[in-house]
Design a protein around this ligand. Sequence first.
Ligand SMILES: Cc1cn([C@H]2C[C@H](O)[C@@H](COP(=O)(O)OP(=O)(O)OP(=O)(O)O)O2)c(=O)[nH]c1=O
Length: 201
Amino acid sequence: MAQFIYLASQSPRRRQLLEQLGVSYELLLPEPNEDAEALERVLKNEAPAAYVMRVTGLKLDAALARLKRLKLPAAPILCADTTVALGRRIFGKPEDDADAVSMLSALSGKAHKVLTAVAVQSPLGARHAGLCISQVNFADMTERQIQAYVATGEPLGKAGSYAVQGRAALYISRISGSYTGIMGLPLRECALLLTAAGLNI
Ligand SMILES: Cc1cn([C@H]2C[C@H](O)[C@@H](COP(=O)(O)OP(=O)(O)OP(=O)(O)O)O2)c(=O)[nH]c1=O
């Protein structure tokens, strides 16, 4: 039975959440010649659930190839992708502050979905994947509040331009689903997938 896993993620939130689960991990990060951003391009008319599952699969393909290239010892590999969906509109990480302002203006006063897909490659070759969908209700945000929030720098690197675990909590009136899923790694689903891949949790 595996004693540790590879976490193929650059997200500090995912590390923190995995630590919460008590799982030992080693990072398996993209090498300089890999274009991690290219994996996250949205296809024309792609629905949010299909998008997030596809991108997670691509992240896992890249991580598995990396493991083989580096000739690292076998262990389960975990990848995830989080996206915010307002209806069929997909909000990834903002490109800049203006992009963050426009996403937050669209989310203000409305309910949206946060989708996090998780995929695990077991050392025996099987792949296990899951999708966690939560709903988040945003209170109305004034233009000034949006500007002030963006000025904190918190939206950068976060899907939908906000962090439930940060100051954005001030504007979240209700959530339904998985808090850890919204933050980037749904721990219940993760534990089930890792167990299926042979990890003793
Ligand atoms: C909605 C939301 C997202 N996020 C973060 C989690 C993810 O890091 C990020 C979504 O981007 P992702 O593309 O899912 O992940 P990433 O680029 O940060 O890392 P990697 O692909 O290497 O695993 O948004 C929060 O931290 N809090 C939130 O409330």
